[in-house]
Design a protein around this ligand. Sequence first.
Ligand code: HEC
Ligand code: HEC
Length: 321
Amino acid sequence: MFQIKNNIAAGVALVVFLTSLAAFAEGDSSVDATKADTAKSTQKKPTKKKPTKKKLSKAAPESIASKSDTVTPPSDASAPSKSDVAAAPQSTPSTPSSSNNPPTPAATEVPPVAVTKVNAPVPPNAKVDDTDSAEAIKQRSGSGDPVAGKDKSELCQGCHGEEGISAESTAPKLAGQYAGYIIKQIRDFRSGLRVHQIMSDVAKTVNEDDLPDIAAYFASRKKMKGNGSDNKVGQELFLHGDMSRMMVACVNCHGVNGKGKTPTNPVFPVLGGQHKDYLRVQLTNFRSGDRGNSPGGVMNIITQKLTDAELDALANYVSGL
Ligand code: HEC
Ligand code: HEC
């Protein structure tokens, strides 16, 4: 019984936290430095230490407490409310604080709507436009100038492909990726928050003023797309997660077709159609803690309970989207 309660508490904390992350990111299409700093402050340095449930249930309410004053829950948070949520500590009846109130201790801060999400069956129908319409391209390209970016990204094209489709499966495709995500990764490589033998050095050579243009160039290319995959294990985990292990489905953040959460939200990268090898390496690195730059360590938490075979299945399925 104790074990079950513990699991529910951890699950509630995780889902509340994930909801806050999604809400925090909602509609954020700008790539300015303020936003990047905000994102950074929620991140941890890469660490070998695996997040534990205990840590998770403590950390999550704090993070929502600091954000719940400034964000509204995402529009897809209207999940049916279930009564067994009452077993969780965060379900203490509370009202969301007004913007005048200073943050008060975590447990009472959680808006009821976020708590109900624990029982939200996935998947929501987030399907980001991948038709490469002029509007979709504009939305994902941010404020940079893609024409100027073409010349400025010659070096990058050597490895990532002229049209953002890399030939080597260890170098990611950047075609149609959100500009804001590309910018964040370059900054993370530069600061050491994300580490890679080649990219850490390359990122230091990129002028901050050129970065939005370079990112806009790759974002404006024809979006990466896979050739389909019939991997059932990967599909099941991607669309439904595994609540017996408190594993939230990928679709919540990466969308049904793996193209992101909303057309204007650069926090959640395009995964669908990415190289399988690259995806597998990233998932493995998140699980080990070698990559620790996802906001709040969310990807480290998600991959924690997945086996090698499951990571492989996910990489297989996602690369086909
Ligand atoms: C010598 C080859 C090489 C060059 C040149 C290069 N990259 Fe990379 N890039 C890579 C590899 C390999 C990775 C994968 C890193 C990893 O596994 O973590 C990568 C990763 C990235 C990522 C992360 C993408 C994601 O989906 O998370 C971005 C963004 C990126 N590169 C942008 C650039 C830009 C912009 C330039 C030019 C300024 C550039 N790269 C030049 C090889 C290269
Ligand atoms: C709660 C939201 C959330 C969920 C659920 C989630 N992700 Fe992520 N994921 C993110 C965010 C945010 C990033 C961007 C990290 C960063 O900024 O570096 C990311 C990054 C990634 C990347 C790296 C992409 C790249 O180009 O390097 C992969 C791969 C990935 N996620 C796969 C998955 C898979 C597979 C699942 C399900 C098992 C999943 N994610 C579930 C939020 C989520």
